[in-house]
Design a protein around this ligand. Structure first.
Ligand SMILES: *[C@@H]1O[C@H](CO)[C@@H](O)[C@H](O)[C@H]1NC(C)=O
Length: 276
């Protein structure tokens, strides 16, 4: 009789010691200890996860904020995936929370409208930061201060209308910048002054093709091979992806085709006196 009872008890016991319900542990391709808590119904970080976890996957859950101090329990954390949650705020938490090992942060498809200056200062080693499909309308000028190792920044599919003049200045290692599918009309002069970015995505913005885009036009003429579009995992060079939305006469034209026809730096009086 005892055999019939001990088998279920044994299975139950095994489940408890190997992990947290709703998560499963394995290793990523680089052999980092990973906890996969995808779609586990979590509204907070599940308790009881192995503190040696380096990759923590929490996509498709119900987390409503990101509090850095909650991740201090994973001293070697390398990647956090919070894609498709309900996060509307990054909580600075206690000063001095540093997640020095964190390299990859995925926050796409959340509810963020506002980010404050210093939002990412607790994780100065980030190399990849994904913020697509949020509701960001503007960004403070120093939002990315200190992210000197950041190589990939994804701000696509937001509602950003104004580019802060110094936004990318701290990003001395940036290689890939996704700014496509926003509401950007104008690029501040010298926006790329720090370095040219090898992979740049600017399509699907309502560019205002007037003198105010003279800088971007010049930049595209010099670095058109850096401009790309993507379709899923496929990427293609496409400098003609930067298309005018206004003024009306320019609608649908490629920026680089429309602008050179304009008389840069020359003021042409409409009624200049003709030579005698
Ligand atoms: C995580 O688990 C989900 C199912 O629970 C699976 O679909 C997904 O591929 C896993 N992610 C990784 C990176 O293994």
């Amino acid at each position: 009789m005892q055999v019939f009872f001990s088998l279920p008890l044994l299975l139950c016991h095994v489940t408890v010691v190997t992990g947290v319900a709703g998560c499963h542990g394995d290793r990523d391709k680089d052999n980092r200890p990973r906890q996969n808590c995808t779609a586990g119904g979590f509204s907070d970080i599940p308790s009881g996860l192995d503190p040696t976890t380096e990759v923590l996957l929490l996509p498709v859950n119900q987390l409503s904020s990101l509090s850095w101090s909650n991740y201090k329990m994973f001293p070697d954390i390398y990647e956090i995936d919070l894609t498709t949650n309900k996060i509307h705020a990054l909580l600075a938490g206690s000063a001095g929370v540093l997640l020095l090992s964190l390299r990859v942060l995925r926050l796409g498809s959340n509810d963020m409208e506002i980010l404050r200056d210093g939002s990412f200062s607790p994780c100065p080693s980030l190399t990849e930061l994904y913020l697509p499909h949020n509701a960001l309308t503007s960004l403070p000028d120093n939002i990315f201060a200190g992210l000197s190792k950041l190589e990939i920044l994804d701000l696509s599919s937001n509602k950003i209308s104004v580019l802060p003049p110094n936004l990318i200045q701290p990003l001395i290692a940036i290689e890939t910048l996704y700014m496509d599918y926003n509401k950007i009309q104008v690029m501040p002069d010298d926006w790329f002054s720090v370095k040219d970015i090898p992979y740049l995505y600017l399509s699907a913005n309502p560019w205002l093709c007037s003198c105010s885009l003279g800088y971007l036009n010049g930049y595209l003429n010099d670095y058109e091979i850096n401009v790309y579009v993507r379709d899923g995992a496929d990427i293609n060079g496409d400098a003609e992806s930067v298309v005018c939305a206004s003024p009306e006469s320019s609608w649908g034209e490629w920026l680089t085709h429309y602008l050179p026809s304009m008389p840069w730096g020359v003021i042409l009086p409409s009624d200049s006196p003709s030579a005698e």
